[in-house]
Design a binder for this molecule. Structure first.
Ligand code: PSU
Ligand code: MN
Length: 283
């Protein structure tokens, strides 16, 4: 098995502004290659599933406006009707597993929204039923993190902390919430992955990596922006799949360059760790 790392495309189309999104997408692929694995950015273009994008295709996605955000339920719609779309964590996991890819790097996963206990990202369900290791910096504090961890437990998804005891809160390294197990090395993650397969568990897992210290934005600094963005979304009646992109863009505006820098640093860090894990699994 060749070490391969899947990368998502919603972070390019809905998660970051142009041109930072394009630079980041290219940089993440480069980081994976430098670490000795092969990157595969996943998207749907004109109804065709793409596992690995050319530079032209990356550029197209990074500039495109109004591209469909593809979670599990959107896949047959975009493929069947020949649409363009960027895959979320759930959409990317599903397509990665079909392509035989075991490891996927992203920034943060979706979860249970604050004040909206029934707005639960399909990412959590996908982690329950698709055997892919998702390497991320936890979940953004735009979400209800305790509720998100409860749902992951209900769904039977192991949550590992990569050299941390705490579930990271994306920009911030700490959340006060424990992970199921701290691990110290890519080999330990590989051991859990192989045990899942040997036990016949169809489940994925979350490997959470704290943002690099120098790029971290502490909770106290980010929290006012999050509170304001969540309140504006409620007032504006923004819900469903539009909610996460709205909150991401608004927080980015409210915090200026700082949160964007943290976002880029943690994405790169996650891509590097994912490449190491992919190598350990393939070994
Ligand atoms: N969280 C982030 N950045 C992101 C996303 C989540 O910090 O870009 C994206 C991911 O693609 C994730 C999706 O899978 O948002 C979740 O959307 P929803 O909450 O609608 O399931
Ligand atoms: Mn949702």
């Amino acid at each position: 098995m060749k070490p391969i790392v899947a990368l998502e495309s919603t972070v390019i189309s809905h998660g970051l502004p142009y041109p930072a999104n394009l630079e980041t997408a290219k940089r993440l692929e480069q980081v994976v290659r430098e670490a000795g694995a092969e990157p595969r950015t996943i998207a749907v273009l004109k109804g065709k599933v793409k596992v690995g994008l050319t530079d032209e295709e990356l550029e197209y996605l990074a500039r495109a406006k109004g591209v469909r955000k593809i979670s599990r339920r959107d896949l047959p719609i975009s493929v069947g009707l020949g649409q363009d779309g960027a895959t979320t964590v759930a959409g990317t996991m599903y397509l990665a597993a079909r392509a035989g890819i075991a490891v996927f790097a992203t920034g943060g996963i979706g979860g249970v929204h604050r004040g909206h206990p029934f707005d639960v990202s399909a990412d959590l369900q996908e982690l329950a039923r698709t055997p892919v290791v998702v390497v991320c910096a936890g979940a953004k504090a735009i979400l209800d993190l305790p509720a998100t961890l409860e749902v992951l437990e209900t769904m039977g998804v192991p949550v590992l902390g990569y050299r941390t005891d705490e579930f990271p809160a994306f920009y911030s390294r700490e959340s006060g919430l424990p992970v199921d197990q701290r691990v110290e090395s890519p080999e330990e993650v590989a051991a859990v992955y192989h045990a899942q397969r040997a036990l016949g568990l169809p489940t994925g897992m979350l490997v959470t990596v704290p943002a690099p210290e120098e790029a971290e934005v502490p909770c106290e600094e980010i929290e006012p922006a999050i509170g304001q963005a969540v309140a504006e979304a409620d007032e504006g009646g923004i819900k469903g799949k539009a909610l996460t992109p709205f909150l991401l863009a608004r927080i980015s505006e409210l915090t200026g360059g700082r949160s964007l820098r943290a976002n880029l640093a943690l994405l790169e860090n996650n891509a590097r760790v994912a490449a190491e894990i992919a190598k350990a699994i393939a070994a």
